[in-house]
Structure formats: structure tokens, C-alpha cells
Design a protein around this ligand. Structure first.
Ligand code: HEM
Length: 205
């Protein structure tokens, strides 16, 4: 590996945690507020929307869009190079490796749809995001299922990425440490998935 690709790969890895992973966690927490009732959720969304556009837009571009584009484009390049062969080597880690790549493609398509529709067309067009708006959006069962899958895919990709991140950076050295990190990451994945399934189901009421 050349010096340049070594640093680019580290930057790709870091972007997956900061800022993208942190943003995903913030997103799950904000969305989970719907469990406290539509008002709590609408207030949380209104608080974010109250941040002046002149401050929010540069943050969205520099802290979110650019790292996302970099991680997504370089990630697509890595994914096209990797070989997935889970059926040949039926070990858990091989499946996780393959799922990391499959979820990457799904999350890429999902994020384009999510951002173009809700952020650019709806919010950018002047309609505030609210519980009522999302409830009517999710009343279409196809949208509901594709959204839920998108969230779960992003959660798995991030949590499995926590394990590979500790390997990339030499934090978890050796099979024992890696196994402990992997178990904690998969426990976090299960927790975030259950929370997401519960808050998504509140839109079906
Ligand atoms: C919610 C959005 C996303 C989050 C939170 C996220 C997070 C992460 C994290 C934490 C890692 C681990 C880094 C490492 O192994 O050192 C990772 C790896 C990876 N990501 Fe993402 N990612 C997201 C979206 C995407 C997208 C859209 C793509 C591309 C289509 C992608 C492609 C990849 C690939 C291929 C890897 C494996 C890198 C390797 O094996 O070295 N990711 N991601």
C-alpha cells in the first residue's frame, strides 16, 4: 500500500466514525423522541430547524455532505475491489465482511433518496418536517419497509464498522481483543435496531 492510499484509507475509516457515525447516533436519538409522543418529536425537530440557515448550511456542507461524499465514493471504490465469499467460508466474520459491503450499497441508495426527498425537496421547499408529515409518508407500506431497512442497514454498517475501525487503527490487536470489540459492537447494533423498530412502529398507529 502506497503512503497516499494508507492515509486516504485512514481518513475514510475516521470519517465513518466522526462525523458520519456520530450523526447516525444523533439521528437515532432524535427520531426515538417520537416514543415520548408527537409533541416531543416535533419540538426536537423544530429546535434543529430554528438554527439560522446561514449557520446550518455551511455545517451541513462541510461537516456532513463532504465527509459523506468522500466516505461513500472511496467506500464504493473499496467495495468494488473486495471479494465477498460468505457461502464458501461460512464463518461469522466473513458474513459480517460481506454484509458490510452489501449494506454500503443499500445505504448509499437510501441516503440519496432520503436526502433528495426529505431534506432538499420537502424541507428545502419550505415544508417543515413533523410527526404528521412522516406519518402520512410512512402510510405507504413500501416506503415504510424501505425506510426501516435503510435505518437497520446503516446501523449494522456503522456498528460492524466500529470493529473494523479498531483493527484499521491497530486499537484491537489480536483475536481476543477483536472478538470482545466485535461482541460489544454487535450488542450495540442489536440495541439500536430494537430502538429503531420500536420508534418506526409508532408511525403505524
Ligand atoms: C450511515 C452512513 C455510513 C456510516 C455511519 C459508515 C460508517 C463506516 C465505518 C465506521 C466504517 C469502518 C471503517 C474501518 O473499517 O476502518 C465503514 C467502512 C466502510 N464503509 Fe461506510 N459508512 C456509511 C456509509 C457508507 C456508504 C454510503 C458506503 C459506500 C457505498 C460505505 C462504504 C464502506 C466500505 C466499503 C467500508 C469498508 C472499508 C474497509 O474494509 O476498509 N459506507 N463505514
Amino acid at each position: 500500500m502506497s503512503h497516499t492510499s494508507f492515509y486516504v484509507r485512514r481518513l475514510h475509516s475516521l470519517c465513518g466514525i466522526v462525523p458520519i457515525g456520530f450523526f447516525l447516533l444523533e439521528h437515532v436519538i432524535t427520531n426515538a423522541k417520537v416514543l415520548g409522543g408527537p409533541k416531543l418529536f416535533n419540538d426536537a425537530v423544530a429546535e434543529l430547524a430554528a438554527i439560522p440557515h446561514d449557520i446550518m448550511l455551511p455545517i451541513e456542507i462541510c461537516v456532513l455532505a463532504i465527509p459523506f461524499l468522500f466516505h461513500g465514493l472511496y467506500g464504493a471504490y473499496i467495495a468494488l475491489q473486495g471479494k465477498n465469499n460468505p457461502s464458501q467460508y461460512g464463518y461469522t466474520r466473513n458474513w459480517q465482511f460481506a454484509l458490510q459491503r452489501w449494506t454500503a450499497w443499500y445505504v448509499a441508495a437510501f441516503l440519496i433518496w432520503h436526502v433528495v426527498y426529505l431534506r432538499i425537496m420537502v424541507k428545502g421547499g419550505g415544508t417543515p418536517i413533523s410527526y404528521e408529515l412522516l406519518q402520512s409518508y410512512f402510510s405507504n407500506p413500501i416506503v415504510f419497509v424501505l425506510y426501516t431497512l435503510g435505518m437497520v442497514a446503516a446501523i449494522f454498517h456503522f456498528c460492524n464498522g466500529l470493529t473494523t475501525f479498531t483493527m484499521t487503527w491497530g486499537i484491537a490487536k489480536g483475536p481476543r481483543a477483536q472478538s470482545v470489540v466485535n461482541k460489544c459492537a454487535m450488542a450495540l447494533c442489536a440495541l439500536l435496531t430494537v430502538v429503531t423498530l420500536i420508534f418506526m412502529s409508532s408511525y403505524l398507529a
